[in-house]
Write a protein that binds this ligand. Structure first.
Ligand SMILES: Nc1ncnc2c1ncn2[C@@H]1O[C@H](COP(=O)(O)OP(=O)(O)OP(=O)(O)O)[C@@H](O)[C@H]1O
Ligand SMILES: Nc1ccn([C@H]2C[C@H](O)[C@@H](COP(=O)(O)O)O2)c(=O)n1
Length: 230
């Protein structure tokens, strides 16, 4: 039987990673952060001095990058070319370049193939990103599209990083908006809500409330799958 897939998509900072990890932990499922895979690829390309504005150079260089994801929701890991890049990929240099890299079709083909392999190997998985419900796993049993007001997203990010001055919050809001525009307007599988995804607006919800809402959607599907497996 193919594993149950919970697809969680949405714009930057809408709460996908925190929600996906919470749901996977509660339900005993694996967890895949596909954004971390695009970030790790970007880190490797920057290390090699590739100009990320040059789509042909990115497409050629990405062939040599080896990405490995650990899918334990309690301790997810990400390696690029054998290096643990879990901290480095959250830095500003990678954040500023990742949308340019992830719009290159060859990069996406490679990432989608890796993501589908992780899904196939799992016993059931929560996968979060931008194109999971539309492209990576269009037959996912549960699809959620998570949104939150731009101001709430910027404020949450600021609380997380400690960069809470008015200038810093406004710079964060601009960075989120810039990535939203590139992610939604690229030709290759843009950020989009799948027609059959459930929309959750987390602006006024706590993280626990969002996790509860997704768990409620997933529980009957998992019960059904375990019944069929008997
Ligand atoms: N419902 C919520 N209420 C309050 N804070 C939240 C909520 N959901 C997430 N957060 C916080 O918002 C911040 C961003 O969340 P998270 O990293 O999960 O978003 P994301 O969509 O995965 O972001 P990115 O796309 O940039 O990886 C984190 O500090 C997280 O703890
Ligand atoms: N499925 C995905 C996941 C991520 N991306 C791109 C777009 C984001 O700007 C970038 C980083 O993702 P984040 O860590 O912020 O979730 O990666 C994508 O194109 N498709």
């Amino acid at each position: 039987m193919s594993p149950v897939v919970i697809a969680l998509d949405g714009p930057s900072g809408s709460g996908k990673s925190s929600t996906a990890r919470g749901v996977a932990s509660r339900l005993g499922l694996a967890y895949l952060d596909t954004g971390a895979m695009y970030r790790a690829t970007t880190w490797a390309l920057l290390q090699h001095g590739v100009d990320v504005e040059d789509a042909d150079a990115v497409a050629a260089a990405c062939e040599r990058v080896v990405i490995e994801s650990g899918t334990d929701p309690a301790a997810p890991t990400i390696h690029a070319d054998g290096h643990d890049v879990s901290v480095a990929i959250r830095g500003q240099e990678v954040t500023d370049a990742v949308s340019q890299v992830s719009r290159v079709p060859r990069v996406r083909e490679r990432m989608v193939a890796l993501q589908r392999a992780e899904i196939a190997e799992s016993h059931g998985i929560v996968v979060e990103g931008r194109d999971i419900g539309t492209t990576v796993a269009p037959r996912a049993e549960v699809k959620v599209y998570l949104v939150a007001d731009p101001a709430a997203r910027a404020a949450r990010r600021a609380a997380e990083t400690g960069e809470q001055s008015a200038e810093q919050v406004s710079a964060t809001a601009e960075s989120l908006a810039r990535r939203d525009v590139i992610d939604s307007s690229r030709t290759a599988s843009p950020l989009a809500k799948a027609d059959d995804a459930v929309l959750i607006d987390s602006t006024t919800l706590s993280l626990d409330e969002v996790v509860d809402a997704v768990v409620r959607l997933a529980e009957p599907v998992l019960a059904d799958a375990s019944e069929r497996a008997r």
